[in-house]
Ligand binder design. Structure first.
Ligand SMILES: [Fe+2]
Length: 352
């Protein structure tokens, strides 16, 4: 019988750039908000308090603390030495664009390629990438995948009623960077860039109709800014939770030891509709974090649209799938950060 372990984390795009560029990245998002809202961006009081007189120093400290949180999760991975890591992440009009948007999709190839540093293009980033990962920003990785488990999950899910899409090649004429940001960043932050632990990338359409927000922002390429007939809604939370439960049943029947890893920031400042994209939902997120901590992850199955979009929690859908897989196993929260400089509520934890 297989064993299932879990960690939860965020794929913080800011950590792909030098710490001094955190404020630059932030400004890019503030510009997006101004376009959406048609009014100047205004930080809430708690953001101003955190940013203080020296926001760059705050950014450097956030960088350091994020690395500390990632390192702690990596230490746990080395402790359990899983046969595979199931990375659950979103796609932001990268691998999956308007010509092909599945509600969820599993990568089933033996190997996956990734060129993850396409946003690492500000002054200082080349040095940062070199210093951190020992490569140049145009580097292409080839990471081993656990295709046997991936195929088993796909086939059994479809036979059991979950019509999951699959892919063995994420590149297209619209996207040539392989694995998208959620999964690739996660690999890099967990120091799995050497491919020591094979992965299984699972993609969830977390953004649904709000995928429109990305357009040219996601890749810097001239991809379509708006789908001609809109984007499909995200799958329902209940469906995602039930899919997680179905994945759990497949994993338990197999011999492998699999580590589940939902990867996403929860509430994002610039996604939170109820606060005009200028404040994240700290209070709601704190409550949901306690659900995970208390072993009440199943409550997430009833947390759905439009609340998710109003609270800027689009990406928490990755965690809802994980909640289904982990059942009501309590999570040890190893770090939580409400970062107004990198605009997100982030939870890091371990399901032992
Ligand atoms: Fe993301």
């Amino acid at each position: 019988m297989g064993e299932i372990f879990g960690i939860g984390m965020s794929h913080v795009p800011y950590m792909m750039n030098a710490p001094e560029n955190m404020l630059r990245m932030r400004q890019m998002l503030m510009n997006v908000v101004e376009r959406i809202e048609g009014q100047p961006f205004q930080d809430p009081p708690e953001a101003l308090a955190q940013l203080g007189a020296d926001p760059e120093a705050v950014a450097h400290e956030h960088h350091r603390l994020h690395w500390q949180a990632f390192d702690r999760l990596r230490a746990y991975i080395d402790e359990v030495k899983p046969d595979a890591i199931l990375i659950i992440g979103d796609d932001q009009a990268q691998c999956f664009q308007a010509n092909n948007i599945p509600p969820y999709a599993l990568y089933v190839g033996d190997e996956v390629d990734a060129k993850p540093f396409y946003m690492s293009r500000f002054p200082g980033d080349v040095e940062y990438v070199k210093r951190t990962w020992g490569v140049t920003p145009d580097h292409q990785y080839h990471w081993p995948c656990h295709s046997e488990v991936a195929v088993a999950i796909r086939d059994e899910l479809i036979r059991g009623g979950f019509d999951i899409a699959s892919s063995n090649n994420l590149n297209s004429d619209r996207w040539q960077n392989g694995l998208g940001h959620a999964h690739a960043n996660t690999q890099l932050f967990l120091h799995n860039d050497d491919g020591r632990y094979p992965i299984i990338p699972l993609f969830i359409n977390c953004y649904g109709t709000d995928l429109n927000i990305f357009g040219t922002m996601a890749s810097g390429q001239a991809i379509e800014a708006r789908a001609a007939h809109g984007y499909p809604p995200a799958p329902s939370s209940r469906r995602l939770y039930e899919m997680g439960r179905a994945i759990r049943q497949v994993l338990l029947k197999r011999p492998e030891r699999v580590l589940v890893c939902p990867s996403s920031t929860w509430s994002h400042t610039w996604l939170t509709k109820k606060y005009h994209h200028m404040r994240m939902d700290v209070e709601g997120n704190a409550e949901k974090m306690r659900w995970f901590e208390r072993g009440q992850g199943s409550l997430m199955a009833d947390y759905d649209s439009p609340d998710i979009e109003n609270n800027g929690d689009h990406e928490v859908r990755n965690w809802i799938v994980a909640a289904g897989i982990m059942g009501n196993r309590p999570m040890e929260i190893t770090w939580q950060v409400t970062s107004w400089v990198s605009t997100g509520f982030r939870v890091f934890g371990i399901w032992r």
